[in-house]
Design a protein around this ligand. Structure first.
Ligand code: GLP
Length: 265
């Protein structure tokens, strides 16, 4: 696992976006895994700047969302399809036909999950999966005790996750109870993982993910099993890591040949 600690939340986004931009320049039809939530917004803002000012072309990029709420009416502004269209697909000038989101409005949700796995298998593997982490250690919507072998499926959201996401809705009881999410096994199939976290509220989850035991009690700790997992955090989110000096030292001293392909510098 590569852990990179930077000074500010914006720098988290800039560094992750440098890596993603580098991938897309080299492989214009790269398959990206898209995350929602506040954490990746700085990535999308920086990629948008690259599209507008640096000619980054995302028109052939293919993408799979991590997750989706169940039961929101079609077109609800807080459905993850709507959020991704607003924050990512439009600004990055992606082709909406290339962007896939689990169908949380399907009559047969189990079939929708199987169909989603089949589409990823037919298109993928995902080249680079963007991730955030919940305060309870969840990734995607894989709540604590999720199986590390899990695939896309229906989950019940933890009360803590519903409370955290209530800020996007008019009232807490409007947050859906259920979701469809890529499983931890699905996420681990991606070639590269880039997880970003900012702020003190994520410090505990980050420490458990990076330095805690591999345990389904912290779904993010599944990243310890991945051969190319990159965790980019600001000072506040890094504040409970015990080996922070080592992560700074290794990043500052990474070999010259590794620099561009890892983090764009
Ligand atoms: C949601 C999403 C996750 C996200 C997490 C953290 O529950 N399903 O993909 O990582 O919340 O969100 P935020 O980045 O807003 O803190």
């Amino acid at each position: 696992m590569q852990v990179v600690i930077v000074d500010t939340p914006d720098e988290v986004g800039r560094l992750a976006a440098a890596k993603i931009g580098h991938l897309v320049r080299n492989r214009p039809d790269a398959v990206l895994g898209l995350a929602t939530g506040s954490s990746p917004l700085a990535i999308y803002a920086e990629l948008t700047r690259q599209v507008e000012e640096k000619g980054l072309d995302c028109s052939q990029v293919r993408a799979f969302a991590l997750d989706e709420y169940v039961g929101l009416p079609q077109g609800h502004p807080e459905s993850y399809r709507a959020v991704l269209e607003r924050d990512v697909v439009g600004p990055l000038r992606m082709d909406p036909a290339n962007v896939h989101v689990p169908d949380g409005a399907a009559a047969d949700l189990a079939a929708a999950c199987a169909d989603y796995e089949a589409r990823i298998a037919a298109t993928g593997p995902v080249d680079l999966q963007i991730l955030g982490i919940g305060a309870n250690g969840h990734i995607g919507f894989n709540e604590p005790t999720s199986s590390f072998a899990s695939r896309t499926r229906i989950k019940t959201l933890a009360p803590k996750t519903r409370a955290d996401n209530a800020r996007f809705f008019d009232s807490p009881d409007q947050v859906p109870m259920h979701c469809l999410t890529q499983g931890l096994g699905t996420i681990l199939d991606a070639r590269t993982l880039v997880l970003v976290a900012q702020g003190e509220s994520k410090a505990d989850a980050v420490a458990r993910m990076v330095e805690g035991p591999v345990s389904s009690m912290c779904p993010g700790s599944a990243l310890q099993l991945h051969a190319d997992a990159n965790v980019i955090v600001d000072e506040a989110a890094a504040s409970r890591l015990t080996m922070d000096d080592y992560y700074r030292y290794t990043f500052a001293n990474r070999p010259e040949w590794q620099r561009f392909e890892t983090f764009g510098g």
